[in-house]
Unconditional design. Structure first.
Length: 329
């Protein structure tokens, strides 16, 4: 056998392996897209255009665990959905929001929950992996994950990198497993039956004199893109800062600068900012499980207050020039 024949057979063998790998990759991704439970199930609903809420909650874990859509819907008479994404910063939220707006009816109003002005890749990549062929997912997430091209273009790479349970989830979706899944999220909202932990005490020991929270230029740019995207679609948007435990404010040494940056941008886009840092529940650990997250009891009280404010806004102030840049107490 000549060297040329050996080379040709080797190339053919590699091509056959790539075709098999590509085909298996496509089948497994199809299985992931059929998953109905958990956070991935919610993203699949978004991509299939099955949500179509009139009030949409967008943000990180501070959206996820704070906004009870049953309470909001009952109070306002509008359908509500919470697509908060744990661990996400604005670039991941922009990707998910664009996906929602491309595949669902435009909401009447979008509640964008304020978060850190930093760029990171702390979000769960397994949630976005099945849809990396979508430009609006890939282009936003790639800004923080420079190896993302491997997950998109190398067959089975993602399944090799993620844990074994992810592969099992894909197989279950592929064979249409009907095993009942206990949902933790209710219309996207995740109630947390937890009590105060020691995270804040650890933080105080680490930063006894407080710290300056980062404010990255790229995060500000992405934040502006979120507001422009929503307004281009014709939906109203409200920026909301849910309660923090009151002692945590003293440890943020540049809170006025951060708030000022948000207020300036909000003013440019004529967007209201609602801050709930003066609510009475901020004084008690009873309503929190750490300094930045309310438990179910606290989230219920907050959601009731927020719903009343939203109901009033929808009734009297929507599409008006009234200044709603309030600090609620």
């Amino acid at each position: 056998m000549t060297k040329k024949n050996i080379l040709l057979k080797s190339i053919l063998f590699v091509l056959i392996l790539l075709i098999i790998a590509y085909g298996l990759n496509c089948v497994l991704i199809t299985g992931l897209r059929k998953t109905t439970g958990g956070d991935l199930g919610i993203i699949n609903k978004i991509m299939r255009g099955e949500i179509n809420a009139e009030v949409l909650i967008s943000g990180s874990s501070r959206a996820l665990v704070h906004f009870d859509c049953d309470i909001i819907g009952t109070t306002t008479g509008k359908t509500c959905y919470n697509m908060g994404l744990n661990g996400s910063t604005y670039e991941a939220q922009l990707a998910l929001l664009e996906a929602y707006l491309k595949n669902n009816r435009d909401p009447d109003i979008i509640i964008q929950v304020l978060g850190s002005l930093v760029i990171s890749n702390n979000y769960d990549l397994t949630l976005f992996f099945p849809y990396l062929d979508k430009k609006y997912f890939y282009q936003h997430i790639a800004t923080t994950n420079h190896s993302l091209w491997k997950y998109r273009y190398i067959p089975l790479y993602g399944f090799a990198k993620f844990n074994r349970m992810y592969l099992i989830k894909a197989i279950k979706g592929m064979i249409h497993s009907k095993k009942a899944i206990r949902e933790k999220r209710i219309k996207g909202y995740w109630p947390r039956d937890k009590t105060w932990n020691d995270d804040f005490e650890k933080y105080k020991k680490l930063y006894p004199n407080g710290r300056v929270s980062p404010m990255e230029e790229q995060a500000v740019i992405v934040f502006r893109k979120i507001l422009k995207l929503v307004q281009d679609k014709g939906s109203d948007v409200i920026l909301v800062a849910p309660p923090f435990y009151y002692e945590s404010y003293a440890l943020c040494l540049n809170k006025e600068q951060l708030a000022g940056c948000v207020d300036i941008i909000a003013g440019e886009y004529h967007v209201p900012v609602w801050r709930y840092d003066k609510m009475s529940i901020t004084k008690s650990k009873e309503y929190f499980y750490n300094a930045s997250h309310l438990n179910r009891k606290g989230a219920t009280i907050f959601s009731q207050q927020f719903s009343k404010d939203l109901q009033h806004y929808l009734k009297f102030h929507q599409n008006s020039n009234v200044d709603w840049m309030y600090d609620f107490s």
